[in-house]
Write a protein that binds this ligand. Structure first.
Ligand SMILES: CC(=O)N[C@H]1[C@@H](OP(=O)(O)OP(=O)(O)OC[C@H]2O[C@@H](n3ccc(=O)[nH]c3=O)[C@H](O)[C@@H]2O)O[C@H](CO)[C@@H](O)[C@@H]1O[C@H](C)C(=O)N[C@@H](C)C(=O)N[C@H](CCC(=O)O)C(=O)O
Ligand SMILES: Nc1ncnc2c1ncn2[C@@H]1O[C@H](COP(=O)(O)OP(=O)(O)OP(=O)(O)O)[C@@H](O)[C@H]1O
Length: 583
């Protein structure tokens, strides 16, 4: 049993918040049992560690997920100090708190009945450097409060120890990059399943453990949740895990405590600059998992300059992969693995390609999704799975047979019986929209109809760019809403239409639907026929649409199916849900 305070050099805050004498957590009310780690499977009972004399059986950074026996890690957040929520976490069952010095002082003051620093708004960012102490509620029970220099960085390490180092017992793969993380992770999942049977898959779409899946709260889980899932996976005999690694997740230490067998870098394109500030910092976040602490080895696509830089500077061994057959650059010709030819299938189902290995042997492989980008994703997955121990032939066959990925070039309605081919795709950046439209053009004998919008409260600059790309590459445009969030949807559509007008000043074959996204899709389906293709972009798998602070249940897929007369759907939802729904 690990003694956490000694192992991680944690100091006890002071006598002011005394340690619980027996470490029990009895008599607790309101402990939520639907917390994430409970939903996907729980390993409680077998996992334990001791912190300052108290038995700890779980770890969390979120008070609303705290359960009996948890260690609550109170991090100084971007908006508030986690110490503010320590009382709620303890009330819900947490038996100890790890925080920074500012948080500990705030809790000690609260315990002594003293007010915090009146100048510090407890909702605001806390600057540890100023030593300002926020006002926080006192803990409802005496529990140990321990101090760490950087609790956010430590949360994953603590969870790894508390859950008994579960990642040591699984084959683990992480996929990072601006685009293609989800698709590549699904392809890796297929290859790992072919070899190991049961696999855990974590990412934007879902958290899946074996055959049990829940909607994913974020692309990269909080570190304690990640280690909790790993522990549950180990308990259930799941042999391997693949996760997407978002740049925010990496920067916020959500992968702390992990050492992956293989990390994969797909590409870097302009995105998330609101968070990272510059491309250099965005790149640095992604590159940081290519370190001996985080991974044994890597697979790097050298199709762009960022990948070439990463491969050249990586402190861990990497296999390089070039996936653009036309690329004759020195980096491509020198790559360990290379896609030397690709036959982008005109049936829209996928593509065949030839992958040359480090020994010069050529292997015929397939991407089950259309377009060159998915040749890149499929090749990345084959090489990553192989680096993770899957025989090459097994990886190639499994990726070729991978089933549809929710919301990624997903063919919801096949062409026929008077209906257009109806596709859902998650493209929400200018680059991705170009790739998506170019991929469906060759499989469209008739008109290519694009239904799209753009997110509110996100990068405004891309709206006219999306409009211009749509006007250039699609025949008919149906402009509608995505997730307007707090913005005026009409203003977002107007910015898109500004871009459309640069190529189509008279808005020829452009329709603006102001009532709802569902109406826009219905319109597209009703006005198309068998030779046409309708593609709706931007929301992919998303199960909700966010409008003015309200998350309405919504999925493009359901609307398509209803629009072509599938009796299982009504009002854009499965019939049984529609019957009882209010929003
Ligand atoms: C911008 C950002 O990344 N924020 C992350 C950050 O939040 P924060 O520092 O603002 O937290 P805060 O609100 O100040 O709260 C401080 C602490 O108190 C805790 N708290 C807060 C309120 C409460 O009632 N109880 C409680 O315990 C919080 O969990 C946190 O630990 O630290 C929190 C805890 O570690 C994260 O949950 C949170 O991610 C939020 C939810 C988020 O949505 N992040 C997005 C940007 C994100 O990570 N996205 C990527 C994908 C991006 C992409 O590819 O498009 C992802 O991996 O999902
Ligand atoms: N390798 C790639 N390069 C460029 N674009 C891609 C690539 N793979 C997929 N895309 C496009 O980007 C969209 C998102 O793909 P995917 O979900 O696999 O990426 P992601 O990295 O998980 O994205 P996000 O971080 O936004 O969730 C797809 O719908 C497709 O249009």
């Amino acid at each position: 049993m690990a003694e956490l305070a000694a192992a991680y050099a944690l100091t006890v805050a002071s006598e002011g918040v005394p340690a619980s004498p027996d470490g029990t957590a009895d008599g607790l009310d309101g402990v939520p049992d639907d917390a994430l780690h409970g939903t996907v499977g729980s390993s409680r009972g077998t996992l334990e560690a001791v912190l300052d004399g108290v038995l700890v059986t779980g770890v969390t950074v979120a008070s609303d997920e705290a359960r009996a026996g948890d260690l609550f890690v109170a991090v100084p957040g971007l908006r508030a100090h986690g110490a503010r929520f320590a009382a709620a976490a303890v009330a819900a069952g947490a038996v100890a708190v790890v925080t920074d010095e500012v948080g500990a002082r705030a809790l000690l003051r609260a315990a002594a009945g003293e007010a915090g620093d009146a100048t510090v708004d407890s909702d605001a960012t806390v600057d540890s450097a100023t030593d300002a102490v926020p006002q926080v509620p006192p803990l409802p029970r005496a529990v140990p409060v321990l101090v760490a220099a950087d609790p956010r960085a430590l949360a994953g390490e603590l969870a790894d120890t508390v859950y008994g180092r579960p990642s040591d017992d699984l084959v683990t793969v992480a996929v990072t990059g601006t685009n293609g993380k989800t698709t590549t992770a699904y392809f890796v999942d297929a290859a790992l399943r072919a070899q190991h049977g049961s696999v855990a898959l974590l990412g934007t779409v879902e958290v899946r453990l074996g055959d049990v899946a829940i909607e994913s709260p974020r692309t990269t889980l909080e570190a304690p949740a990640l280690h909790g899932v790993l522990a549950a996976a180990r308990e259930q005999g799941v042999a391997a895990l693949v996760t997407e690694a978002s740049s925010q997740g990496i920067a916020l230490h959500r992968l702390a405590g992990m050492r992956f067998d293989v990390v994969v870098f797909t590409n870097l394109q302009r995105d998330h600059l609101d968070y990272h500030g510059t491309m250099e910092r965005y790149f640095a976040a992604k590159a940081s998992i290519f370190s001996p602490e985080r991974a044994a080895r890597g697979v790097v696509l050298v199709d762009d300059e960022w990948g070439r830089r990463l491969a050249a500077a990586s402190p861990i061994p990497v296999a390089t992969l070039a996936t653009h057959p036309d690329d004759d650059s020195a980096a491509a010709t020198a790559a360990d693995w290379r896609v030397v030819s690709a036959d982008i299938g005109l049936d829209g189902v996928g593509s065949a390609f030839v992958l040359r290995g480090p020994d010069g042997t050529e292997h015929v492989a397939h991407s089950p999704l259309p377009g060159l980008v998915n040749v890149s994703n499929a090749a990345a997955a084959v090489v990553a799975a192989h680096e993770a121990g899957v025989p090459l032939a097994v990886a190639i066959d499994a990726v070729a047979a991978a089933t549809a990925i929710p919301g990624r070039m997903e063919r919801v309605v096949e062409r026929g019986q008077g209906h257009a081919l109806c596709i859902v795709d998650y493209a929400h950046t200018p680059d991705a929209l170009v790739y998506a439209l170019e991929a469906v053009r060759p499989i469209t004998p008739g008109r290519l109809v694009l239904v799209f919008g753009s997110d509110g409260d996100r990068d405004q600059g891309k709206r006219p760019m999306l409009g211009e790309i749509a006007a250039r590459l699609a025949d008919v445009l149906v402009v509608t809403d995505e997730n307007p969030r707090s913005e005026d949807p009409a203003a977002i559509r107007a910015a898109i239409l500004d871009g459309v007008r640069t190529l189509r000043p008279d808005l020829t074959d452009v329709v603006e639907i102001t009532t709802s996204r569902a109406d826009a899709l219905r319109h597209a389906v009703a006005t198309t026929g068998e030779g046409d293709t309708v593609i709706v972009t931007g929301k992919g798998h998303e199960p909700t649409q966010e409008i003015a602070g309200v998350f309405h249940r919504y999925n493009d897929r359901f609307v398509y199916l209803e629009a072509v007369g599938d009796p299982r759907y009504r009002d854009g939802r499965p019939r049984e849900v529609a019957a009882g729904a209010t929003t």
